[in-house]
Design a protein. Structure first.
Length: 203
């Protein structure tokens, strides 16, 4: 699983040259169910840089597998199988499928995925509504530390509403360092939230 305690110990070049920065994430799809790991391997194995907006399903093969798989089949011992499944759909930029699941999950995790989906839609106002419903999520401290290590300054606490605004600005600068930075932070956000949902309910 993601080693949250390591975030504070590692820094990286904010321009993301080579693979130095990717090493701080310490995410491995192999820490989860073998079938899930095989699905994620169809596009980046959990390291895909999702578009900030207007994404389309990136893997037809993953789409077909996910359509015939249930959350509790892929996440038999996870603390939040449905929320984890919403995250997998989002990872592949299958926004409609992720939305269908996340809007039915009345937890902070469900609202979090719901907020990310609308941010990527993009619908900043709707995204902000769902992030206000999240409140102070358990992954925020680790996300703030990871973002800071990438060179993204967000103050002393993670600000999801500020991140929405920054993503809105960055998506209007395609190919820029700012867009890449926001994509890197978004990836860390996905990895941390996915791990939070997908990890075993028995620790």
């Amino acid at each position: 699983m993601v080693c949250h305690g390591a975030w504070r110990k590692i820094a990286c070049n904010s321009r993301f040259q080579d693979k130095d920065c990717m090493m701080i994430l310490m995410f491995s799809s192999l820490d989860y169910d073998e079938r899930l790991a095989a699905i994620l391997a169809l596009d980046g194995a959990g390291y895909r840089l999702m578009p900030l907006a207007h994404g389309t399903c990136s893997s037809p093969e993953a789409y077909q597998i996910l359509k015939t798989s249930g959350p509790r089949e892929l996440f038999p011992s996870s603390r939040a199988p449905e929320a984890a499944m919403a995250g997998v759909w989002l990872y592949f930029s299958c926004l409609d499928e992720s939305h269908t699941l996340s809007q039915s999950i009345e937890t902070a995790d469900g609202s979090f995925w719901h907020g990310i989906m609308h941010r990527q839609e993009p619908d900043a106002g709707n995204s902000g509504y769902w992030f206000r419903r999240v409140g102070r999520h358990a992954i925020f401290p680790a996300l703030r530390d990871a973002a800071h290590a990438f060179g993204y300054s967000c103050g002393t606490a993670w600000d999801p509403l500020g991140f929405i605004d920054d993503c809105e600005q960055a998506r209007r600068q395609p190919g820029s360092d700012r867009e890449l930075l926001m994509q890197r932070v978004q990836l860390v956000e996905w990895q941390l939230l996915f791990d939070h949902c997908a990890r075993s309910s028995v620790q």
